[in-house]
Design a protein around this ligand. Structure first.
Ligand code: ZN
Length: 71
């Protein structure tokens, strides 16, 4: 078996990949002198950790807190 070149090889150095940033800044909007937040924060993790949206629930990617919205 010949060794494959590239990122498929798990051992050793891997090629650097430019991943997209979290774009947390897009969730904030500045109005006058106050900063407004567009989505909810996680009650467990506190401010700065946003809840991600599902179809009918809000989920925290950090502590896996989930909030279910009423149908
Ligand atoms: Zn959390």
């Amino acid at each position: 078996m010949a060794k494959k070149k590239g990122s498929s090889n798990k051992k050793g150095k891997r090629a650097h990949k430019n991943n997209p940033t979290s774009k947390k800044y897009a969730l904030y909007t500045i109005e006058g002198n106050s900063i407004k937040k567009k989505s909810k924060h996680c009650p467990r993790c506190g401010p700065g950790v946003f809840l991600g949206g599902g179809q009918s629930r809000l989920h925290c990617g950090r502590c896996h807190y989930t909030e279910f919205m009423k149908a």
